[in-house]
Design a protein around this ligand. Structure first.
Ligand SMILES: C[S@@+](CC[C@H](N)C(=O)[O-])C[C@H]1O[C@@H](n2cnc3c(N)ncnc32)[C@H](O)[C@@H]1O
Length: 318
């Protein structure tokens, strides 16, 4: 007996416009990345093109010979926009699940995959989907946008609304890292935290590169208690890297407080270009009082549903 395929609604035209308006640096970075790899002979797959199909249409406007744009959601508006922009003859919109895309769809020089939920526990399936597309539809010279998805994590005290010294360091470090990614420059000469005198200025720096909706509240208003550690890095040139996550991540406690929240940072990159940085927070269980020198172990092994199991190893202190 065969079962009907249930297609998800995809992102609505309103949702898609909001995504573009909310994160202008994202679409500018994508435009820059796409213009560096798309030319007149290029064949492009836009995996998860969304109801407006904007990246597919931009790819065709950059001269791509053929663009296949796939989404489970409705694509009427995308087709109308392709027509309006004079590229309907080169963009083929398909309402289909990417997981079942027929092998006859072809080989692609560029695979666009802006399909993430922006948090690791929900993203693994999408990473594996992208890795499957890389294995089935890429050739050795194909470019992927993004080509790297990188997660780091740090522990916070959500009750402390006064930014702590480590939180200000983190904010400074994040702002410098964001400026490096946006400019393509390195900034080691100014990486060191300026000085406590600058704290009130640093406090005004955004936590992230762009305003975010509430569900990505991230580190705002929380006190950083631990080191920020790498958690996972997926590179589509090496699809094996999308096969899973480490079972635990070990953080060094750097400030005293009640560790109750983990904040994940997702960086979507193309080479040294940062397309999008997003912070998302998740409670840890049980919340624990910690001191510098302690070690916090987050367990992501299977059951990290609503809260991440936390183990603290206390340092030997008198
Ligand atoms: C956040 S939207 C991004 C749209 C567009 N890529 C952009 O960046 O402007 C992600 C889209 O991926 C689509 N998507 C996710 N998983 C998919 C799958 N398995 N097959 C087809 N489309 C999928 C969703 O329906 C949604 O419209």
């Amino acid at each position: 007996m065969t079962h009907p395929v249930v297609l998800s609604a995809g992102i609505s035209p309103l949702g898609h416009i909001m995504l573009l308006a909310r994160a202008p640096e994202r679409i500018l970075a994508l435009r820059l990345a796409m213009s560096s790899v798309i030319g007149p002979e290029t064949v492009v797959l836009d995996a998860g093109c969304g109801s407006l199909g904007v990246l597919a249409i931009m790819a065709a406007r950059l001269g791509a010979r053929r663009v296949v744009a796939v989404d489970t959601g409705e694509l009427h508006a995308a087709r109308a926009l392709a027509e309006e922009n004079g590229v309907a003859d080169r963009v083929e919109f398909r309402q289909h699940d990417l997981a079942d895309l027929p092998g006859t769809t072809g080989n692609f020089d560029v695979i666009l995959g802006m399909i993430y939920h922006n948090e690791p526990r929900r993203d693994l399936a999408r990473q594996q989907l992208m890795a499957g597309l890389a294995t089935r539809f890429a050739h050795p010279g194909s470019a992927f946008i993004p080509d790297t998805v990188r997660y780091t994590v740090a522990g916070y005290d959500s009750a402390d609304s006064q930014p702590s010294e480590p939180a200000l360091h983190d904010r400074w470090d994040s702002a410098v890292g964001g400026a490096e990614a946006l400019t393509g420059l390195t900034m080691a000469a100014i990486r060191e935290f300026p000085s406590a005198d600058y704290a009130s200025v640093v406090e005004q720096l955004p936590q992230s590169l762009s305003p975010r909706p509430a569900r990505f509240a991230g580190a705002d208003g929380r006190a950083l208690l631990t080191s920020r550690e790498p958690f996972a890095e997926v590179r589509y040139a090496d699809p094996e890297t999308a096969s899973g996550y480490p079972a635990t991540v070990v953080l060094s406690v750097t400030a005293p407080g009640r560790l109750d929240t983990a904040v994940w940072r997702q960086d979507l990159k193309f080479g040294d270009l940062l397309i999008r940085r997003t912070d998302t927070s998740q409670p840890v269980t049980p919340p624990c009082d910690v001191q510098p020198g302690d070690t916090a172990i987050l367990s992501t092994d299977g059951g990290w549903g609503d809260a991440i199991p936390l183990i603290i190893r206390h340092s030997d202190r008198a």
